[in-house]
Design a protein around this ligand. Structure first.
Ligand code: CA
Length: 474
């Protein structure tokens, strides 16, 4: 009798466990702008205080080889589609004059979970097309609150659609707004309308956070996807009065500490609502450090050296993702769409080639084997600059060394050296800072990586899909 009871208890426990495993999680994706690998405590920063992210890392998994791209829009295209930007034809950076955007035909992260009944929201910087057919509300998000592109840009004076109760600040009127585009002066949107112009950038982190907390509270009883692409720490940097001047590390430190506070607020809300074990939270950035630190890597934003594209990344899901774990395998933002599809039980988009892979094996098991061994590095011009396979990284042509000034930045964005100087090979295991070209010593590796790069590039060209275009006359 006692044995039978014990067996029954065991059976019930197993059933409960498998039911929990089968319940698709809520997903919170915190996506920072221009944050470098070395900008926060869990990735080695000792100056800026990030207690909430430190705790996040202790309770979850740290990814040390998580890839984005050199700049903004192309990175968000990868994130939203599970494809390299070259496959979905999104260039480095869209601007207020752009007449293209992420093609509404693409299946986005939001659409892949929406099919399964998820409530979806985008709070923050979109940057995949600010014209109406390309906005988050047309790409699977139920609602949107944020700025449509980078905070150093300006209003698209012709196409901006002001809400009836739009708040005009700093003496601005609609007439003045339409008369002149002013740098660092961007619209704050709700849905498809501008609700504040110019956006008060100092309070954006606080207001995004309040919006996120409200959304979580309102959707505690149903599955949800909260995408929170912060405006910080892109320049012009800003922080609220609560944080400004407090970090001792300048405005960048203040802005990072405010982001850390924001992460704390989101996680605290999940805890209070007992959603902690039902929610996957991901924290990462769109490209390498602009103002901050890319340590220990070489290069910064706009470069395809590791410092331009390798991002801090943390994932947390108590009970599923092991606590205090580190994953060193190749992963990246292109992997999130197939991973979300797996987690929520969605089919992948039919008849489409994707570049990302389901990385749930890496997330759930300490010491799991690699999911993919190859990563491609594209430029803002959508050409292939480099390929990594295992610990070998080959630049197809010698990369621009970097430096300051407009010319150097343009050269970096193009990844074009002054004169083509043939391939450069780095061993990321022995030389993580990419200082020593070992191409001459490993002719066979160079040949193998070149061949793979050519094959992959040809396949992407063959299956390339167009960006969304505005109809003539719009
Ligand atoms: Ca960025």
């Amino acid at each position: 009798m006692r044995h039978a009871l014990l067996a029954l208890c065991l059976l019930l426990a197993i059933c409960r466990l498998s039911a929990a495993q089968q319940t698709p999680p809520n997903i919170v994706l915190l996506f920072i702008d221009d944050m470098g690998y070395g900008d926060i405590g869990p990735f080695g920063n000792t100056k800026v205080k990030t207690p909430h992210l430190d705790r996040f890392a202790a309770e979850g998994m740290k990814f040390t080889s998580f890839y984005a791209t050199p700049v903004c829009s192309m990175s968000r295209a990868c994130l939203m589609t599970g494809c390299y930007n070259a496959r979905v034809s999104i260039p480095g950076v869209l601007n207020p004059g752009s007449r293209i955007g992420l093609n509404p035909d693409e299946t986005t992260l939001a659409e892949i979970v929406k099919i399964r009944g998820y409530a979806t929201i985008c709070i923050g910087k979109w940057h995949l097309g600010h014209r109406e057919p390309f906005l988050p509300t047309k790409q699977g998000f139920d609602s949107y609150f944020g700025i449509p592109y980078s905070n150093d840009m300006a209003l698209d004076t012709a196409s901006a659609k002001f809400a009836k109760d739009c708040v005009f600040r700093e003496g601005m009127t609609e007439e003045k707004a339409r008369a002149e585009a002013i740098r660092n002066t961007v619209p704050l949107m709700r849905g498809e309308e501008v609700v504040e112009y110019p956006a008060d950038q100092a309070t954006l982190t606080q207001r995004y956070t309040a919006e996120a907390v409200k959304f979580i509270k309102e959707h505690a009883q149903q599955p949800f996807f909260l995408y929170l692409p912060h405006t910080m720490v892109h320049v012009p940097l800003a922080a609220s009065a609560d944080f400004r001047g407090k970090s001792g590390s300048g405005l960048l430190g203040d802005a990072i500490e405010e982001l850390d506070w924001s992460v704390g607020q989101v996680i605290q809300t999940l805890r209070e609502l007992q959603l902690d074990e039902k929610t996957l939270v991901i924290f990462t950035s769109d490209n390498g450090a602009a103002s901050g630190s890319a340590a220990p890597w070489r290069g910064k934003k706009a470069s395809n050296f590791e410092g331009g594209v390798r991002e801090p990344c943390l994932m947390r899901w108590p009970g599923r993702i092991p606590a205090g774990a580190t994953c060193n395998h190749i992963a990246g933002n292109i992997d999130l769409l197939p991973t979300f599809a797996k987690l929520v039980g969605s089919e992948l988009p039919a008849g489409r080639v994707l570049d990302g892979r389901d990385i749930t094996p890496l997330m759930f098991e300490r010491g799991a084997g690699a999911v993919r061994d190859t990563h491609l590095y594209f430029t803002a011009n959508q050409t292939l600059a480099a390929i990594r396979q295992g610990n070998w990284k080959l630049f197809l042509e010698a990369p621009a060394a970097g430096g300051k000034g407009k010319k150097a930045k343009a050269a970096q964005a193009d990844q074009k050296p002054k004169s083509p100087a043939g391939p450069v090979l780095y061993d990321l295991a022995a030389d993580p800072a990419e200082t020593k070209d070992v191409a001459a010593e490993h002719v066979d590796v160079v040949a193998r990586l070149k061949a793979t790069a050519s094959e992959r590039e040809a396949e992407i060209k063959l299956h390339r899909r167009p960006a969304g275009q505005l109809d003539a006359g719009r």
